[in-house]
Design a protein around this ligand. Structure first.
Ligand code: PLP
Length: 456
């Protein structure tokens, strides 16, 4: 059969509500054109993020009832720890309430003034958590990853030559080397197994811990299986174990590839580092066997990790995005190709060539998606990354709009509707206006900034 179906049936449904275009225009103005401030009841299809928006399975809900809420020594922790170690065999698994808590703990130890931390592309919370300690977050993505139309299979790869040169120059300032799989901020593009191992080797040559931001490890493993020479016959768990085999630790948002609504962890091999992390954890998250989560959350993660490496699931998951990308591409709408693992990325800078980067073409596309179709997407561009620590502003490397797919939530008909809304915008895209920011905080401004439409 050529149709790749959703590999599940639906037991519990959540109605979604239509609004009129006039209502949406008013709602947009009311929130200062910041889509994070819309009420989700006013959103028809919510593609703001794939984080924590997954549909849990019957088995996960059943597992939640087994959750043991003992303060210490809960068997739910043991099941969580065993499920993580089965895929990522680190010595210390430290639960946190989400990924950024793991980052905050790690960089409270490794960060600090004068330090600098390379990555393929730092995600916004990673960058934020590094920069608040006074350290620098440096992106060393391969050149292909910066070209949205480039068809290379592993556009999330680290530029290993740049990493080598960077380490030769800065080794004394580098507390760890990171790599993010898949590369969320760079279009959800995968990193090859060879590249992970290459980056790990450079880190090891300089005696630095190698830390994987593993939020979308399963999607990345699927791409390795599909695209990397010699990997096609391996099982997904086998590839995942290999991805993490050379790492010294990981940060994880379980809200992504553990298919749960909250949770995360920090994993480390080094005893001293882990001891410091647990001290910090007790201060900010909780006791080391629950780390800011309920026992039932740990159970849901343990079960989710078993489901996310299922090949039927991953085939359907990745195909949804490919399908939307193929259709948008046919309609002449610039998209990041090939499709990413968790999202479709529209290249707003290439689409709205009449709007300069500092007038936020990505914001213009995101607002149009909502106004025309009730779809909520997320700008990943100059709004998110343009503000520098010193308060100045420069264009981000790319101005993308991310249509992030919640896991197991929407169906084929929803995908068709998303394409149709984009086609509708394309009819008058040259008339869309740019935006200016009229109010912003000093960091992570995309969450709270207020905008005005230019020229109206
Ligand atoms: C979501 C995400 C994080 C942060 O995780 P939260 O659970 O949202 O705090 C870090 N890195 C990447 C790549 C992510 O996608």
């Amino acid at each position: 059969m050529k149709t790749i179906i959703e590999p599940f049936r639906i037991k519990s449904v959540e109605p979604i509500r239509s609004t009129t275009r006039a209502e949406r225009q008013q709602l947009l103005a009311g929130v200062g054109y910041n889509l994070f401030h819309l009420k989700s009841d006013d959103v028809l299809i919510d593609l703001l993020t794939d984080s924590g928006t997954s549909a849990m399975s019957a088995e996960q809900w059943a597992a939640m009832m087994r959750g043991d809420e003992s303060y210490a020594g809960s068997p739910s922790f043991d099941r969580f720890e065993a499920a993580v170690k089965d895929l990522m065999n680190f010595k210390h698994i430290i639960p946190t309430h989400q990924g950024r808590a793991a980052e905050a703990i790690l960089f409270s130890i490794l960060g600090g003034d004068g330090k600098t931390i390379p990555n393929n592309t730092h995600f916004d919370t990673t960058r934020g958590n590094i920069e608040t300690t006074g350290a620098k977050a440096v992106d060393l993505l391969c050149a292909q990853g910066l070209t949205p139309s480039d068809l290379s299979p592993f556009k999330g790869n680290m530029d290993l030559n740049k990493l080598q040169a960077f380490m030769e120059e800065n080794a004394d300032k580098v507390p760890c080397v990171m790599i993010t799989v898949t590369n969320n901020a760079g279009g959800g593009q995968p990193v090859s197994l060879a590249n992970i191992k290459g980056a790990a080797k450079i880190a090891r040559d300089f005696g630095k811990p190698f830390i994987i931001d593993g939020c979308r490890f399963a999607e990345n493993a699927w791409f390795i299986k599909m695209r990397e020479k010699g990997q096609g016959e391996r099982s997904i768990p086998d590839i995942v174990r290999d991805m993490f085999a050379d790492a010294d630790g990981m940060t994880m948002s379980a809200k992504k590839d553990a298919i749960v609504n909250i949770g995360g962890w920090l994993a480390l091999n080094d005893d001293t580092l882990a001891e410091k992390a647990r001290m910090r954890l007790i201060m900010t998250e909780g006791f080391p066997t629950y780390g800011g989560l309920a026992g039932r959350d740990l159970e849901a993660i343990a079960q989710g990790l078993k489901e996310v490496v299922n090949e039927d699931y991953l085939r359907y998951r990745v195909r949804t995005n490919e399908y939307i990308v193929e259709r948008l591409d046919k309609a002449g709408i610039p998209v990041v190709k090939p499709a990413g693992g968790h999202a479709v990325f529209i290249d707003a800078r290439a689409w709205l060539t009449h709007i300069p980067p500092l007038q936020y073409p990505g914001q213009a596309v995101a607002c149009a998606l909502y106004e025309i179709g009730g779809i909520r997407a997320c700008e990943i561009g100059t709004v998110m990354f343009g503000r520098q620590p010193d308060g100045t502003e420069i264009p981000a490397q790319l101005d993308l709009v991310r249509l992030a797919m919640p896991r197991r939530v929407y169906t084929q008909a929803h995908a068709d509707y998303i394409v149709e809304v984009c086609e509708e915008i394309a009819k008058t895209s040259s008339e869309l206006s740019g935006y200016k920011i009229v109010d912003e905080p000093p960091a992570l401004r995309h969450f709270t900034a207020k905008f005005e439409v230019l020229g109206v």
